[in-house]
Design a protein around this ligand. Structure first.
Ligand code: HSE
Length: 407
C-alpha cells in the first residue's frame, strides 16, 4: 500500500503548472495542500486559498509530509530544501544549480535525518537518467556519459542550422517557450549543462565535484565561419557535457561545443530535445532521448519522483560508497578546433599534433591536441572572440594515440 503524500509546492511557474496539469489527470494518493509563490498579484488558474507567500505555512505545517521545490532562486531553494529535509519531510526538487552547488551538504542531510531528496527533473527534463544510473547501472563500469543536456542552447543551434534563424531571435523564442533560464547565459554559456553534469557524475562515478572546478565553454562566440566549416564537413555543432573515466582513479568532466557527424546519436537531437549517451563496459553504448525542457516533460519527471516517494524511495549514492578511490581531474588531452583572431593565443595554448591550420581573410582556425588544463588557464582569452569546439571525429590517422583520449 502506498503512503499518502501531502504536498507543499514551492513555485508555480512553467514546471509547477506543468506538474499540476499532469497530477490532475491521475488518480494518485497525492494532495497538494498549499502552494508558495513569490508574486501574489499574478492571476492564477487555481483557487486563491491554495496560495501563500509565506514559506512557513508549508515548512511548519505538520500535515505536509512532502515538499516539492520548483523555484528559480538558488539560495532560497537550498534553504527550503535543507530545512524540509532536516524537519523530516521528503523533498523533490528540479533546481539543478542549487543541487550541483550544494550536493555534498544535501547528501549529508539525507543521511543525517533519514529523509529523501529526489531530483530526476533537474537533469535533462523528461529523460530518466538519474534513477537509471543509480539503479540499472549500479554494477556497471561506465566508460563515459555525454550528451545534450540543455534544451535552450540546442534549440538556438537547431534554429540557426536548420532554419537560418539568427541567435537573438532564436533565444527570444526559447525564452517565450519557457525553456531558457532567467539569465540565459546559464544556457548558452554551458553553465546549466555543467550543473547537470555534476549531478550525473555523482550518480555515475560517485564523485562529488564543485561546479566551479569544471570547465565550461558555450556557444556565444559561434560565428557564420564555424557553421560554414561544419556544413562543408557534413558536421553539426552541439553543446556537449562529457564525464569520462580515464583510468581506475581519475574521471574528467567538461562542457564544450562539439562537432558531431551523422553517425553519432547526437546529430539528430534537435530543438529542445536532449540526449544522453552512456558508454558502459558490458552493455556497450546506450542512448536516451527525450524533451529536456518545458513544463509537461519536466513535470513528468517531477511526478515520477513524487510517485517514487509514495514507496519511500531514496537514492543510495551507491557509487560514492563503492568507488572511493576515484578522483576528478582536468588532466586530459582533447582534440580541439580553435577559430581565433589573435595569433598569440595559438602559441600560448601550445597545440600539439596540429592536424589542420587555415587562414583566409578573417577566418583562421587550427585543429590539434591540447590539454584541458591549458584551456582553463587561458579561459579569459578564449571567451573574448575565439570559438572552441571539441573535435574528436576530426582526428586524422597521423595523430599519435593520446595518453588520455576523450570519448
Ligand atoms: N534552461 C534549461 C534548458 C531548462 O534549456 O535545458 C531545463 O533544465
Amino acid at each position: 500500500m502506498s503512503k499518502k503524500l501531502t504536498i507543499g509546492l514551492f513555485g508555480f511557474g512553467v514546471v509547477g503548472q506543468g506538474l499540476h496539469d499532469i497530477i490532475k489527470t491521475k488518480n494518485l494518493n497525492i494532495e497538494i495542500v498549499k502552494i508558495c509563490i513569490k508574486d501574489k498579484s499574478k492571476q492564477r488558474s487555481l483557487p486563491s486559498e491554495l496560495f501563500t507567500t509565506d514559506r512557513e505555512e508549508l515548512l511548519n505545517n505538520p500535515e505536509i509530509n512532502t515538499i516539492v521545490e520548483l523555484i528559480n532562486e538558488t539560495e532560497p531553494a537550498f534553504e527550503i530544501v535543507s530545512r524540509a529535509l532536516s524537519s523530516g519531510k521528503s523533498v523533490v526538487s528540479a533546481s539543478k544549480k542549487m543541487i550541483a552547488n550544494h550536493l555534498e551538504e544535501l547528501i549529508n542531510l539525507q543521511h543525517k535525518y533519514g529523509t529523501s531528496l529526489l531530483y530526476e527533473g533537474s537533469v535533462c527534463g523528461s529523460i530518466p537518467i538519474i534513477r537509471n544510473l543509480e539503479e540499472y547501472y549500479d554494477n556497471e563500469l561506465l566508460h563515459s556519459i555525454c550528451g545534450i543536456f540543455n534544451g535552450s542552447s540546442n534549440y538556438i543551434l537547431s534554429k540557426g542550422y536548420l532554419e537560418g534563424l539568427d541567435y537573438t531571435a532564436a533565444l527570444k523564442q526559447a525564452q517565450d517557450l519557457g525553456f531558457a533560464e532567467t539569465d540565459p547565459t546559464m544556457d548558452v554559456g554551458g553553465f546549466d549543462a555543467k550543473f547537470k553534469l555534476v549531478i550525473v557524475a555523482a550518480h555515475a562515478y560517485g564523485v562529488v565535484v564543485k561546479p566551479e572546478e569544471v570547465f565550461n565553454l558555450g556557444i556565444q562566440n559561434l560565428s557564420a565561419y564555424d557553421l560554414q566549416y561544419a556544413r562543408e564537413k557534413n558536421l553539426k555543432i552541439k553543446l556537449v557535457p562529457v564525464a569520462k573515466e580515464l583510468d581506475d582513479q581519475h574521471v574528467a568532466l567538461f562542457v564544450l561545443p562539439k562537432f558531431v557527424d551523422e553517425k553519432e546519436f547526437l546529430y539528430n537531437v534537435e530543438y529542445e530535445y536532449n540526449g544522453v549517451i552512456v558508454q558502459a563496459a558490458f552493455a556497450d553504448q546506450q542512448f536516451f532521448f527525450g524533451k529536456g525542457a518545458g513544463g509537461h516533460p519536466t513535470g513528468s519527471a517531477v511526478l515520477s519522483d513524487i510517485a517514487a516517494l509514495r514507496y519511500e524511495y531514496q537514492y543510495e549514492y551507491k557509487k560514492a560508497k563503492s568507488r572511493k578511490d576515484l578522483q576528478f581531474t582536468n588532466d586530459i588531452e582533447l582534440n580541439i578546433y580553435l577559430r581565433y583572431e589573435d595569433e598569440d593565443l595559438v602559441e600560448t595554448l601550445g597545440f600539439e599534433h596540429i592536424q589542420e591550420r587555415y587562414y583566409s581573410g578573417n577566418f583562421k582556425y587550427v585543429i590539434g591536441k591540447i590539454n584541458l588544463q591549458k584551456l582553463i588557464d587561458n579561459q579569459h582569452r578564449i571567451s573574448g572572440k575565439a570559438f572552441i569546439a571539441f573535435a574528436d571525429q576530426l582526428k586524422g590517422a597521423s595523430l599519435a594515440p593520446a595518453k588520455k583520449q576523450a570519448v
